[in-house]
Design a protein around this ligand. Structure first.
Ligand code: THU
Length: 127
Protein backbone atom coordinates (compact mmCIF):
# COMPACT_ATOMS: atom_id res chain seq x y z
CA UNK A 1 0.00 0.00 0.00
CA UNK A 2 1.66 3.26 -1.09
CA UNK A 3 -0.48 5.64 0.93
CA UNK A 4 -0.30 5.94 4.73
CA UNK A 5 -2.68 3.20 5.90
CA UNK A 6 -4.04 5.38 8.73
CA UNK A 7 -5.22 8.01 6.23
CA UNK A 8 -7.13 5.32 4.33
CA UNK A 9 -8.51 3.84 7.56
CA UNK A 10 -9.77 7.28 8.61
CA UNK A 11 -11.42 7.75 5.22
CA UNK A 12 -13.10 4.34 5.47
CA UNK A 13 -14.35 5.27 8.96
CA UNK A 14 -15.93 8.47 7.63
CA UNK A 15 -17.69 6.44 4.95
CA UNK A 16 -18.86 4.02 7.64
CA UNK A 17 -20.74 6.89 9.27
CA UNK A 18 -23.03 6.88 6.23
CA UNK A 19 -23.82 3.16 6.46
CA UNK A 20 -27.52 2.38 6.22
CA UNK A 21 -27.82 -0.73 8.35
CA UNK A 22 -31.02 -0.63 10.42
CA UNK A 23 -31.39 -4.43 10.25
CA UNK A 24 -27.97 -5.75 11.24
CA UNK A 25 -26.66 -2.59 12.95
CA UNK A 26 -23.30 -3.74 11.57
CA UNK A 27 -21.87 -0.69 9.82
CA UNK A 28 -19.14 -1.12 7.23
CA UNK A 29 -17.15 1.57 5.45
CA UNK A 30 -14.44 1.23 2.86
CA UNK A 31 -12.14 3.08 0.56
CA UNK A 32 -11.18 1.57 -2.77
CA UNK A 33 -7.94 2.88 -4.26
CA UNK A 34 -7.29 2.78 -8.00
CA UNK A 35 -3.89 1.98 -9.51
CA UNK A 36 -3.57 5.68 -10.32
CA UNK A 37 -4.25 6.62 -6.69
CA UNK A 38 -7.85 7.83 -6.87
CA UNK A 39 -10.08 6.91 -3.96
CA UNK A 40 -13.73 5.85 -3.94
CA UNK A 41 -15.59 5.29 -0.69
CA UNK A 42 -18.47 2.94 0.06
CA UNK A 43 -20.74 1.87 2.91
CA UNK A 44 -23.24 -0.92 3.26
CA UNK A 45 -26.79 -0.16 2.19
CA UNK A 46 -29.29 -2.61 3.65
CA UNK A 47 -32.79 -3.29 2.45
CA UNK A 48 -35.99 -4.56 4.04
CA UNK A 49 -35.87 -7.51 1.65
CA UNK A 50 -32.45 -8.37 3.14
CA UNK A 51 -31.22 -10.07 -0.03
CA UNK A 52 -31.11 -6.74 -1.86
CA UNK A 53 -28.54 -5.43 0.60
CA UNK A 54 -25.40 -3.96 -0.94
CA UNK A 55 -22.10 -4.46 0.84
CA UNK A 56 -19.75 -1.50 1.17
CA UNK A 57 -17.29 -3.09 -1.29
CA UNK A 58 -19.79 -3.32 -4.13
CA UNK A 59 -21.02 0.22 -3.49
CA UNK A 60 -17.47 1.59 -3.80
CA UNK A 61 -16.74 -0.60 -6.82
CA UNK A 62 -19.94 0.53 -8.55
CA UNK A 63 -19.08 4.17 -7.96
CA UNK A 64 -15.58 3.67 -9.34
CA UNK A 65 -16.47 1.57 -12.39
CA UNK A 66 -19.27 3.99 -13.31
CA UNK A 67 -16.63 6.74 -13.32
CA UNK A 68 -14.53 4.77 -15.80
CA UNK A 69 -12.13 3.07 -13.39
CA UNK A 70 -11.04 -0.49 -14.10
CA UNK A 71 -7.78 -1.13 -12.21
CA UNK A 72 -7.58 -1.20 -8.44
CA UNK A 73 -4.69 -1.61 -6.04
CA UNK A 74 -6.16 -1.64 -2.54
CA UNK A 75 -9.36 -1.75 -0.54
CA UNK A 76 -9.46 -0.79 3.14
CA UNK A 77 -12.51 -1.88 5.15
CA UNK A 78 -13.64 -1.03 8.65
CA UNK A 79 -16.59 -2.11 10.77
CA UNK A 80 -18.23 -0.85 13.93
CA UNK A 81 -18.38 -4.33 15.46
CA UNK A 82 -16.28 -7.22 16.69
CA UNK A 83 -16.37 -9.02 13.33
CA UNK A 84 -13.66 -8.13 10.85
CA UNK A 85 -15.40 -7.15 7.59
CA UNK A 86 -13.61 -9.51 5.23
CA UNK A 87 -15.41 -9.41 1.87
CA UNK A 88 -18.27 -11.88 1.50
CA UNK A 89 -18.31 -14.44 -1.31
CA UNK A 90 -20.32 -12.26 -3.68
CA UNK A 91 -17.97 -9.29 -3.16
CA UNK A 92 -14.90 -11.49 -3.67
CA UNK A 93 -16.28 -12.61 -7.01
CA UNK A 94 -17.28 -9.09 -8.04
CA UNK A 95 -13.94 -7.56 -7.01
CA UNK A 96 -12.06 -10.35 -8.80
CA UNK A 97 -13.62 -9.24 -12.08
CA UNK A 98 -11.24 -6.28 -12.13
CA UNK A 99 -8.04 -6.65 -10.11
CA UNK A 100 -6.17 -8.82 -7.69
CA UNK A 101 -6.19 -6.02 -5.15
CA UNK A 102 -4.72 -5.88 -1.67
CA UNK A 103 -7.33 -6.11 1.08
CA UNK A 104 -7.00 -4.63 4.57
CA UNK A 105 -9.95 -5.20 6.92
CA UNK A 106 -10.27 -4.04 10.53
CA UNK A 107 -12.87 -4.39 13.25
CA UNK A 108 -13.68 -1.74 15.82
CA UNK A 109 -10.83 -2.89 18.09
CA UNK A 110 -8.31 -2.64 15.27
CA UNK A 111 -7.93 -6.41 14.79
CA UNK A 112 -6.81 -6.79 11.20
CA UNK A 113 -6.80 -9.26 8.32
CA UNK A 114 -4.85 -8.38 5.21
CA UNK A 115 -3.75 -10.03 2.02
CA UNK A 116 -4.30 -10.33 -1.69
CA UNK A 117 -7.73 -11.11 -3.05
CA UNK A 118 -6.35 -14.12 -4.93
CA UNK A 119 -5.18 -15.63 -1.63
CA UNK A 120 -8.57 -15.05 -0.05
CA UNK A 121 -10.42 -16.20 -3.16
CA UNK A 122 -8.50 -18.68 -5.30
CA UNK A 123 -10.06 -20.11 -8.45
CA UNK A 124 -12.38 -17.17 -9.10
CA UNK A 125 -14.80 -17.79 -11.94
CA UNK A 126 -14.11 -15.86 -15.11
CA UNK A 127 -14.99 -16.09 -18.78
N1 THU B 1 -21.06 -6.26 4.99
C1 THU B 1 -20.32 -5.43 4.20
O1 THU B 1 -20.78 -4.36 3.78
N2 THU B 1 -19.07 -5.81 3.88
C2 THU B 1 -18.42 -6.88 4.41
O2 THU B 1 -17.26 -7.12 4.09
C3 THU B 1 -19.13 -7.76 5.34
C4 THU B 1 -20.60 -7.54 5.45
C5 THU B 1 -22.40 -5.82 5.41
C6 THU B 1 -23.56 -6.50 4.78
C7 THU B 1 -24.64 -6.26 5.82
O3 THU B 1 -25.22 -4.98 5.61
C8 THU B 1 -23.89 -6.24 7.13
O4 THU B 1 -22.54 -6.02 6.81
C9 THU B 1 -24.04 -7.50 7.96
O5 THU B 1 -23.72 -8.61 7.19
Amino acid sequence: MEKDPQTLIDKAKSAMDNAYCPYSRFAVGCVLVTESGKEYTGCNIENASYGATLCAERVALGKAVSEGERKFSTIVLVSNGASIPVPCGICRQVLSEFSDLYIVALNVKGDKIEGNLSDLFPLAFNL
